[in-house]
Write a protein that binds this ligand. Structure first.
Ligand code: ATP
Ligand code: LTN
Length: 328
């Protein structure tokens, strides 16, 4: 059976980008193999975060996973920090990734661009090491993520290759899985930038008031043309709305162009707003039900036990392969 593994960092309120690029993908793959998900709370410490917020965000992510339709009887969910093997394996694996390649990572460059070296914590630099540990601990086949995370899966693949060449077939080679349409949702106020929860300009949040969502979509930045036509380079705003619409309705871009041929942007935006608010309204209703039960804690506890068992075995295999002394 194929194993899928993925995570979201509890750095802020979840966005429509997280929902389309990641969570919806998890739902569609849930019946296709084993799905292990976690909340990457250790990764969220790589930039300053308020403790109360971190705790709330972590809980919210799990509630939204379940609200989106991830079945707690089919999938596993846990908190990264609760399975200590992630940290232990990362300490080992940091020796197999190099300064130069870590310094070239897009996420590292983007997030530290405006920071002074004296204020950049080591964790944001070694971020891919911990992520590689997350992935290989579970002998993962596929890592469903948005486009921005593909580079991290690629560096994990480099590491696996390097490690196995030296010690034999110890680590499983993972592969990133991104959706064809919706792997990169852009900001509604600047459609040349990724919608991202830590840079909330032009974001749609899953817990936004529906009226506000409607307003955000109706006032989304578009070009001066009027044709609903997909052209990422020259019409990024309208193309982004088409991607969102396509991801939520499963209609192809060509079908959408046909459906709105001869119609104005206003009419198209209204329809996008209708579809987005309808989907988010359902999500919010289910979220409210879930958050009032003890389900989140129950799922996390079971998930932790399940994950720990697998993680312990992999860590032991690695320790033995590299020559760390063991008593038994
Ligand atoms: P941050 O702003 O803190 O970096 P983020 O919003 O980029 O956070 P992550 O926790 O890094 O979110 O990502 C969780 C998952 O959601 C990842 O698989 C990521 O690729 C996906 N994702 C995030 N933003 C988008 C987006 N705009 N479009 C598609 N997928 C996205
Ligand atoms: N870096 C990812 C979160 C993450 C992750 C992982 C995703 C941490 N560890 C392992 C997939 C597999 C992000 O979305 N920012």
């Amino acid at each position: 059976m194929k194993r899928y593994l993925s995570a979201i960092k509890p750095t802020g309120r979840l966005t429509l980008g997280n929902y389309i690029g990641a969570i919806k993908q998890f739902v569609s793959l849930m019946n296709d193999g084993e799905m292990i998900l976690f909340v990457a709370d250790l990764h969220s410490l790589t930039l300053p975060i308020d403790p109360v917020e971190l705790r709330n965000n972590s809980r919210n992510i799990v509630a939204y996973y379940l609200a989106a339709g991830l079945d707690p009887n089919k999938i596993r969910v846990f908190l990264q920090s609760e399975v200590h093997e992630h940290s232990e394996l990362a300490i080992i694996l940091q020796n197999y990734l190099y300064m130069g390649e870590l310094a070239r990572m897009t996420q590292f460059k983007d997030k530290t661009q405006k920071m002074n070296n004296e204020a950049i914590g080591l964790g944001i630099f070694t971020y891919p090491v911990l992520m590689a540990a997350d992935i290989v601990l579970y002998d993962t086949d596929y890592v469903p993520v948005g486009e921005d995370q593909v580079q991290h899966v690629e560096i994990t693949r480099d590491l696996v290759h390097r490690f196995n060449k030296r010690y034999g077939e110890i680590l499983k080679m993972p592969r990133a899985l991104i959706r064809q349409n919706g792997a990169r949702i852009m900001s509604l106020s600047d459609p040349t930038k990724k919608m991202s929860k830590s840079d909330p300009k032009g974001d749609i949040f899953l817990d936004d008031d529906l009226k506000i969502i409607n307003k955000k979509i109706m006032s989304a930045v578009t070009d001066l043309d009027t044709h609903v036509h997909y052209d990422e380079a020259n019409k990024p705003g309208i193309s982004n709305l088409m991607t969102i619409y396509s991801a939520l309705t499963n209609k192809s871009i060509t079908d959408i162009e046909e459906q709105f041929s001869g119609k104005m942007y206003g009419e198209f935006k209204k329809e996008v707003a209708r579809v987005v608010t309808e989907e988010i309204a359902k999500l919010q209703a289910r979220y409210q039900e879930i958050i009032q039960t003890g389900l989140v804690d129950k799922v996390l506890k079971e998930g932790k036990e399940y994950a720990s068992e697998i993680a312990a075995k992999t860590l032991k295999r690695v320790q033995e392969a590299i020559g760390l002394y063991r008593y038994e």
